[in-house]
Design a protein around this ligand. Structure first.
Ligand SMILES: [Fe+2]
Length: 245
């Protein structure tokens, strides 16, 4: 099952799709790219709004999108609600379980764009240990320039999964980091992190072609299997013990 685990497609929800027309165009491109399920992950910033307000806004935007899709008759992938939750140490006090991917315990967590200091790693570790959710770190390869591969390895030594952005494959540095992490099984799933139809458009097919070229079909099969297991809420240990990597 091909899943885009990271997208900003809900109309008017965040800095992603501006209106339903753009959302539908993005979803049609996802379908063309062979994506079966799109996980909708609008940004959630704890300092900006409560979980309750965010969920209300998300529900409204999803309703708009579903109505537009029905009206247009467009053939679109399955939609699954979630959030890209920005990490801050006080997140430990928020009811993050409501921000998980649909009815799973998986949360897409965005780390600050800065070096992975011991204090940041400890702070994320505290969060991971304290909350009743399973964490997927968003676009882990993006931190390579600021955290280095050693920093990324420290962060990934926690009990977490990680997602890679297909757009990373556009630069030599991003591609090298992303491919390494996928090859080692340290990044298990992928996403487009698409925001619009212009400069940050859906690019799952571009990403999967690059992965296949570098690592072969087997790598994509592993990603698809891990994706399916996450959506059925399998344990992190179970995903690793299946020896997908
Ligand atoms: Fe994002």
């Amino acid at each position: 099952m091909r899943v885009d685990f990271h997208s900003h497609i809900l109309p008017g929800m965040d800095d992603g799709a501006k209106n339903s027309e753009m959302s539908l165009a993005m979803l049609e491109k996802e379908k063309e790219d062979g994506v079966d399920t799109v996980v909708l992950t609008p940004h959630y910033y704890m300092h900006n709004e409560s979980v309750k307000t965010f969920l209300k806004r998300r529900e409204h935007c999803l309703k708009r999108l579903r109505e537009a899709a029905e009206k247009s008759g467009a053939d679109i992938p399955k939609l699954v609600t979630a959030a890209e939750v920005s990490f801050t140490p006080s997140l430990i006090n928020a009811d993050v379980s409501k921000l998980c991917i649909l009815d799973t315990d998986y949360l897409l967590l965005e780390l600050p764009f800065k070096p992975f200091s011991t204090s940041l790693v400890n702070s994320v570790a505290n969060f991971v240990n304290a909350v009743q959710v399973k964490v997927i770190l968003a676009h882990i390869e993006r931190y390579y320039p600021v955290a280095g591969m050693a920093g990324i390895q420290n962060m990934l030594s926690l009990d977490v999964l990680a997602q890679v952005n297909c757009g990373a494959m556009r630069s030599a540095i991003g591609k090298s980091a992303a491919i390494k992490l996928i090859e080692r099984g340290q990044a298990q799933v992928i996403g487009s992190d698409c925001h619009n139809t212009v400069i940050r458009k859906p690019n799952m097919s571009f990403g999967t072609k690059q992965i296949e070229k570098k690592l072969g079909k087997k790598a994509l099969e592993r990603i698809d299997s891990a994706s399916e297991m996450i959506l059925s809420n399998a344990d992190i240990d179970e995903i690793f013990s299946k020896q997908l990597w």
